[in-house]
Design a protein around this ligand. Structure first.
Ligand code: BV8
Ligand code: ZN
Length: 257
């Protein structure tokens, strides 16, 4: 039996051990230990005076597409330059031990690069692009500057010549319906005794923030993994007040025995 450090009380291990299936709802804190700043982290460098909630909007794009595109190009470069952390890798191993479904608010590809399948990127992906006008998918070249630049011209649509935009969901935009509905269905199909791991999210942004309540209504055991209290904390049955790369490896290791 691998010693589980103090951070995991046996109740948590037993809850996951008893689960027939595990639903993972991850947010930016999942990738923090890989070196990807969360939305709550103060912005750095060129964007330190900007609130992501102001930049990740259709209005910001309309106002200055090259400024917004430069921010996403920098974020693409940042994610390409980091690795999945031990938390991502533990979730990939968890799927070998229990049926595991992941829905993430994150637009990075670190779950996939750790070997996980992802049911839904609820807020889109840094690595999907489409024409801002005609919506045609764009899979052509995307220039990523090796250092942050203030403005950068996005690629042009190969169909209509208009600007290409990031394939992410901005504030005020609808979530990808099929992926959101698939996530809600997966959560509704949880049974009492199953587990919903709510990892690294402040639970502020809706409708994603409403998903843990659906797990609660399905009778699942809701476990929050987050060093801080969040909007979700009161509804969670159990809490692991530790960073994900500290909390998940021993939790998954305990299931191996
Ligand atoms: C929608 C992609 C229907 C882009 C993101 C007025 C007008 C319009 C809409 C609204 C409105 N008022 C409210 C709304 C709804 C709005 C909303 O909820 N706003 C909030 C601010 C109140 N939602 C929307 O607009 C959504 N669409 O509602 O459509 C509609 C349509 C038209 C009009 C009305 C409604 C779309 C929301 C999606 C926005 N896009 N991302 C991009 O990334 O650039 S959101 C973005 O921020 C993330 O994806 C994430 O979802 C969200 C919050 O980030 P978190 O993941 O929670 O991370 P955060 O930084 O907040 O917290 C990190 C957590 O990790 C912390 O708790 C920390 O303690 C923890 N942590 C840190 N380190 C670790 C850790 N945990 C574990 N281990 C660690 N090591
Ligand atoms: Zn087009």
């Amino acid at each position: 039996m691998t010693a589980t450090p103090h951070v995991l009380d046996p109740q948590i291990v037993e809850a996951v051990r008893a689960a027939q299936q595990v639903m993972v709802l991850s947010g930016a804190g999942m990738s923090a230990e890989s070196g990807v700043p969360t939305f709550r982290d103060a912005q750095t460098g060129l964007w330190e005076d900007f609130d992501p909630e102001d930049l990740a909007t259709p209005g910001a794009w309309q106002h200055d597409p090259e400024f917004v595109w430069a921010w996403y190009a920098w974020r693409i470069g940042l994610v390409r330059g980091v690795e999945p952390n031990l938390g991502h890798r533990a979730l990939a191993e968890l799927a070998q031990l229990r049926p595991t479904t992941i829905a993430t608010q994150n637009i990075d590809d670190l779950h996939e690069r750790a070997g996980s399948e992802v049911l839904a990127h609820l807020h889109g992906s840094l690595f999907r692009f489409r024409c801002a006008e005609c919506g045609a998918p764009y899979d052509g070249a995307v220039e990523v500057p090796d250092k942050p630049v203030e403005r950068l011209a996005p690629p042009r649509c190969e169909t209509c010549g208009e600007r290409v935009r990031p394939g992410v969901v901005w504030f005020g935009e609808d979530l990808p319906l099929a992926e959101f509905e698939a996530t809600v269905t997966a959560i509704e199909n949880l049974s009492p005794g199953d587990v919903a791991l709510v990892i690294g999210t402040s639970g502020v942004v809706f409708p994603a923030a409403g998903l843990p309540a659906i797990a609660l209504a399905a009778g699942a055991t809701v476990i929050e993994i987050n060093p801080q209290e969040t909007e979700i904390s009161d509804m969670a049955h159990l809490h692991v007040r530790a960073p994900v790369a500290v909390a998940l490896p021993p939790l998954v290791a305990a299931l191996r025995d």
